[in-house]
Design a protein around this ligand. Structure first.
Ligand SMILES: *[C@@H]1O[C@H](CO)[C@@H](O)[C@H](O)[C@H]1NC(C)=O
Ligand SMILES: [Zn+2]
Length: 398
């Protein structure tokens, strides 16, 4: 009897973990074509002179300068005004730099997140979208449009685009009540705009990644209450999606890490589906379908995980997080033949040299990825005809 009951107990435990396993395997449901077509477009918000999201970032924003403060205020205003359900935090540090002598330069990381309203903070795992907002100290006047003003704006658009759907989903779930089994009820979303990514002089371990190093270190030691699902702020990051050097035409995005290749592939599939649906402006809907399929940004989408080698060579804001065990999806335009985009770290990296359709398409792809991750299928307003008219009218303007 004792043996039987304990083995029955074991059996139930087994069934339970199997259920969990099955659940997490099926939890990632693919988003529908209708939802992909219904995703909001940025409209004029990426206009480099007047665009509400992008244009305020296209200024020099060296850490500790008024430009940096202006851009921080822009983020703050945007979240407070357009995304009032998000919580905003700053994580500050100071450091001497090779050009500051004995002076401490301030670094301010901007953090915004939204969790399911019923979940306590330590129980929420967050999809985390990351870009750096600082610009290079030299050459003087450097703008850094792809590096990383445009990625910041893409993330802003994506978060604004899924916010109403999140509200709708969480309101419905809250009304239905919830059980402890549903992992999906503990999924939140977070944005990190990091400061001090760039080196002031030449890239070294100490002259670069000022903001990222400070944040990763701080969060590693920020413990959630005991018995929380996640031990620290750092471990609450379920996936760290880093966008960098995006906005130039025809990017090449490789898959860098076998352990997140599945997430890379999910994004790659979304890219292909958006193209096939004619929703991407870098693959114009009026061109033949065959031509559309030739364009591919996430070039490793068909590759097997076994062939993804971490090409450890690209140093970026993910490093201090990766070294502490955070899972990384690194979206950076790097081609083994030509390297980073041509304008990289030159005075040519300006708003004028961004490729408009590419910037807009990135914002749609990030939106789709976040919508799928947050399981928002069916929670968007669907007015496809109005939107497709918008896409076409914008196309003729350009
Ligand atoms: C961090 O810096 C920002 C911007 O200067 C400031 O608004 C905020 O109050 C600071 N936060 C802390 C905790 O010092
Ligand atoms: Zn840079």
């Amino acid at each position: 009897m004792v043996v039987l009951s304990s083995s029955r107990h074991a059996l139930w435990r087994c069934v339970f973990s199997l259920l969990l396993l099955v659940h997490s395997a099926v939890a990632y449901s693919v988003i529908s074509d209708d939802t992909l077509r219904a995703l909001p477009r940025p409209g004029d918000d990426f206009d480099i002179h007047t665009g509400k999201l992008l244009s305020p970032i296209l200024i020099p924003r060296v850490p500790g300068t008024p430009g940096s403060t202006a851009v921080l205020n822009h983020f703050n205003d945007f979240f407070q005004t357009s995304l009032p359900d998000w919580k905003i935090e700053f994580q500050n540090s100071t450091s001497k730099t090779p050009v500051s002598g004995d002076k401490e330069v301030p670094f301010v990381n901007f953090i915004a997140y939204r969790d399911p309203p019923w979940a306590s903070k330590g129980d929420v795992g967050r999809l985390t979208l990351v870009a750096h907002y600082d610009s290079k100290y030299s050459p003087e006047g450097f703008i850094g449009a792809i590096d990383s003003a445009a990625p910041c704006a893409m993330i802003m658009h994506a978060m604004r685009s899924i916010d109403a759907a999140l509200t709708k989903k969480w309101t419905e779930m809250g009304a239905r009540g919830h059980s402890n089994l549903d992992l999906d009820e503990h999924t939140g979303i977070q944005v990190l705009f990091l400061d001090g990514e760039e080196a002031f002089q030449t890239w070294t371990d100490t002259d670069s990644l000022y903001g990222a190093r400070s944040l990763a270190e701080t969060w590693e030691d920020s413990y959630h209450p005991v018995m929380s699902n996640f031990k620290t702020e750092l471990s609450s990051i379920t996936l760290f999606v880093l966008l960098d050097l995006l906005g130039a035409k025809s990017p090449t995005i490789r898959s860098h890490f076998p352990t997140t290749h599945w997430a890379y592939q999910n994004m790659g599939k979304l890219e292909n589906r958006l193209r096939e649906l004619g929703e991407l402006r870098s693959a114009p809907p009026h061109e033949e379908k065959a031509k559309r399929n030739e364009i591919r940004w996430l070039v490793d989408v068909e590759a097997s995980e076994r062939h993804v080698t971490s090409r450890g060579g690209i140093s970026d804001d993910h490093l201090p997080f990766m070294h502490r065990g955070v899972e990384i999806l690194h979206l950076i335009d790097f081609n083994s033949g030509s390297g980073f985009p041509k304008v990289w770290h030159t005075m040519e990296d300006t708003g004028e040299n961004l490729d408009g359709p590419t910037v807009e398409d990135w914002s749609m792809l990030v939106t789709a990825f976040a919508a799928e991750w947050m399981e928002l299928d069916g929670f968007f307003e669907t007015t496809p005809s109005a939107r497709s008219a918008d896409l076409h009218s914008r196309k003729t303007e350009l």
